[in-house]
Write a protein that binds this ligand. Structure first.
Ligand SMILES: Cc1ccc(S(=O)(=O)Nc2cc3c(c(O)c2O)C(=O)c2ccccc2C3=O)cc1
Length: 251
């Protein structure tokens, strides 16, 4: 079979997802539903006998705890964990902490729709020292201040994530390890865009369901043997993708 085994797992529902707030770099926790999704993800790995040898997560507790809960469910508590800001969710800038209504009211429908579909248009930057800013968060102290994002578009996420793919994850794959990446909707979108060669125009439309492991077998050139990978629960994944598509259409 293919030389490299990569599993992607998007964290489950968080306290702010349930309130439909832009979260980004705000470090909110999983809610109970999200915890259950993480456990189920681990059970799916165990049932498929797809046991990770190493896991990579972001610096955000909703991804860190998703990894922990999934590993416990797969009885792989002991494997090494590497954490990087480069796997963090996309920074939503001045939208962090706002809900859909506030965003529409503040920026108008047209700007909202433009942001939603765009690949390279970031929201306004979030001012250092404001309520939902991470400017004084110790976990980012090691990032040179000029590199620290205050807002991001999807293109920015691809640019800051890829160095970690090449320097942090690929070496583990090259040593024959099965790698689990437990991260966020947009950081995983960035990785899938790179792996499957998805266009700038199409990537905004790609949704990765939460809590269902997405398994990629990569060939010697790190190309997916099956484009788009395989979800370990295809029916649940198809239903979740359909639901998000309809939710997006809802006025
Ligand atoms: C917090 C929240 C607001 C709006 C929605 S939505 O139902 O309108 N769908 C939606 C909206 C957006 C987005 C989105 O993916 C989405 O499904 C974005 O990606 C986005 C990126 C940068 C600025 C704004 C947006 C954005 O408004 C979902 C969640």
């Amino acid at each position: 079979d293919a030389p490299y085994k990569l599993i992607l797992l998007r964290h489950g529902e968080s306290e702010w997802n349930a309130k439909n707030l832009f979260t980004g770099w705000v470090d909110v926790n999983l809610n109970e539903k999200g915890e259950k999704e993480a456990v189920r993800g681990g059970e799916l790995l165990k049932d498929a006998d797809l046991l990770p040898d190493v896991v990579h997560t972001s610096l955000q507790k909703r991804a860190i705890r998703t990894a922990q809960l999934a590993l416990e469910a797969a009885d792989r508590h002991w494997i090494p964990v590497h954490r990087s800001w480069r796997l963090n969710e996309r920074h939503y800038g001045a939208l962090q902490g706002k809900d859909k209504a506030q965003t529409l009211a503040e920026f108008g429908e047209e700007q909202f729709m433009l942001w939603r579909r765009s690949y390279d248009t970031p929201p306004p930057p979030l001012e250092d020292g404001t309520e939902f800013s991470q400017s004084s968060d110790p976990r980012y102290a090691t990032i040179p201040p000029e590199l620290r994002p205050r807002t991001e578009c999807l293109k920015d996420v691809v640019v800051r994530m890829l160095p970690y793919w090449y320097d942090g994850i690929v070496p583990d794959l090259l040593t024959g390890r099965t790698v689990l990446v437990a991260a966020h909707g947009n950081s995983l979108r960035a990785l899938v865009k790179h792996l499957d060669g998805i266009s700038d125009a199409d990537i905004a439309g790609l949704n990765i369901p939460t809590g269902i492991p997405l398994y990629y077998e990569l060939d010697a050139d790190f190309k997916p043997v099956t484009p788009g990978g395989k979800y370990l629960d295809p029916e649940a994944a198809a239903a979740a993708i359909e639901a998000v598509k309809n939710q997006g259409k809802k006025k």
